[in-house]
Design a binder for this molecule. Structure first.
Ligand SMILES: *Cc1c(COP(=O)(O)O)cnc(C)c1O
Length: 443
């Protein structure tokens, strides 16, 4: 089997995500589709013997490398015990243990775990639960949601209602009942003399103005804590979360923390909202929680929300389900992932790793076409000054030619490597990214 054979078959039979398929068909040589044969640690290998360092953890999901021996072993064991069972009326050890351990990680403030298979479904669940919880408490007028400018919460029709990324949303406008959008605390919006905290306060003032007028109809505010990833790694000060939590309390609005991307250590703490010292009413997890192995998402919530559904009447229950809810293999992969966090003291170890990454990327600060070099935990990013509409494709292609997988969002190049990347691999990733940048800019 060779790359070109598989590439042609894939283009004929597989409709790839987030892709204009014609770009691949028109320019197979210019924008290659890369068939991957195997993965090992941070490396992906194709069928022609090329390798690529996975600098984006395969769309932000892979935390501990491809084919991680510890997760593999846990899954092998689980395969021989139970692959899956209906979670209505039945339960199993992996789902119980995972729920207990996640609740413990929230200090037992979010003690109830609801399961689904992907991030967008977790968003839908949090929105439905918030609305339904208010409804069960007689607050029938609370039917609307608030989201941040540039926020991303998934691409199903309900999740698009709280997503503010034109590329994903505009085509489906007529289908969507859009939420109101309040200002983003993105630190890049600082005007002369403003600090990131000033920007956070300014954005929170905008939230307050909106809540003052509309709070009676608003069920929940949904945010990506500290980093708005999908709209270009917009980073912001934790002060915003503190102020937003206070305003949500004052105006009786739920706070949903969507940590699908920033959870599981990505931001430097296990949950990003911990850096603000706040507690959300809902916490959405997915992506890294299964180590990048299997589709799994979880919505954690409070006793107050849970109790509002607990009743003799069926209709007051949360009658939501997905076929693979609480899949045993996915939960077991998540347990193995949490074991690695505990056994290897990953949050502590990542502090050193994040400093190494910053060090390797520091030459970019002086690059004439680089702006806003920024980092929080294990996410680093910079913006490229270029009016070439093809920049992101050019960079992507040059990166592959340099044996690294990086996939810019518009003019933002970002790094989200697996936590098993070595100091040497960090240096390789940074050096090759700089080479790819210069090659893309001079094309
Ligand atoms: C990726 C992502 C989602 C959607 O998750 P899917 O599994 O792709 O549906 C939702 N919210 C955030 C913050 C994300 O990064």
């Amino acid at each position: 089997m060779s790359n070109s054979d598989l590439l042609q078959r894939s283009l004929a039979a597989v409709w790839h995500p987030c892709t204009q398929m014609k770009q691949h068909a028109d320019a197979v040589a210019a924008l290659p589709m890369v068939p991957i044969a195997r993965g090992q640690g941070v490396w992906l290998y194709d069928f022609d013997g090329h390798r690529y360092l996975d600098g984006i953890s395969s769309w932000w999901v892979n935390l501990f490398g491809h084919c991680n021996p510890r997760i593999n072993a846990a899954l092998r064991q689980q395969l021989d015990e139970l692959e899956h069972v209906i979670l209505a009326g039945f339960t199993h050890r992996p789902v119980i243990e995972l729920s207990e351990r996640l609740a413990a990680l929230t200090g037992h403030t979010l003690g109830h775990c609801f399961y689904a298979s992907d991030g967008a479904s977790a968003t839908e669940i949090a929105l439905k639960m918030s609305f339904h919880s208010w409804h069960n408490r007689g607050r029938h007028e609370k039917q609307e949601f608030l989201c941040l400018a540039g926020g991303y919460h998934g691409e199903t029709v309900g999740a698009l209602a709280v997503t503010d990324v034109a590329l994903f949303k505009d085509a489906y406008g007529p289908l969507i009942r859009p939420a109101a959008t309040v200002p983003t605390p993105d630190a890049r919006l600082a005007t002369d003399g403003e600090t990131p905290i000033d920007v956070a306060r300014r954005a929170a003032a905008g939230l307050e103005t909106h809540l003052e007028e509309h709070h009676a109809r608003i069920a929940a505010l949904i945010v990506e804590p500290l980093i708005q990833c999908a709209s270009g790694m917009a980073m912001y000060d934790p002060e915003y979360l503190r102020l937003a939590r206070g305003l949500c309390d004052r105006y009786e609005v739920h706070l949903i923390c969507d940590e699908i991307a920033v959870g599981c250590g990505r931001s430097g703490t296990f949950f990003a909202h911990q850096q603000a010292g706040i507690k959300p009413d809902f916490l959405c997890l997915s992506k890294g929680i299964s180590g990048g192995y299997l589709p799994l998402s979880i919505v954690l919530t409070t006793d107050a929300v849970y109790d509002s559904f607990y009743d003799d009447r069926l209709s007051r229950g949360f009658l939501h389900s997905h076929s693979y809810t609480g899949n045993a293999l996915a939960c077991r992969a998540a347990l193995a992932t949490l074991d690695i966090f505990a056994d290897d003291r990953v949050i502590d170890a990542n502090r050193l790793l994040a400093a190494q990454l910053a060090d390797c990327l520091s030459p970019l600060a002086d690059h004439p076409q680089v702006r806003h070099l920024r980092q929080r935990g294990m996410i680093a990013a910079f913006d490229v000054v270029s009016d070439d509409p093809q920049f992101s494709q050019r960079f992507y292609r040059q990166a592959l030619a340099n044996e690294i997988l990086l996939r810019p969002i518009g003019n933002t190049v970002y790094f989200m490597p697996p936590y098993v990347i070595s100091a040497e691999e960090c240096a390789f990733l940074a050096a090759r990214a700089i080479a790819a940048l210069d090659a893309a800019l001079s094309e």
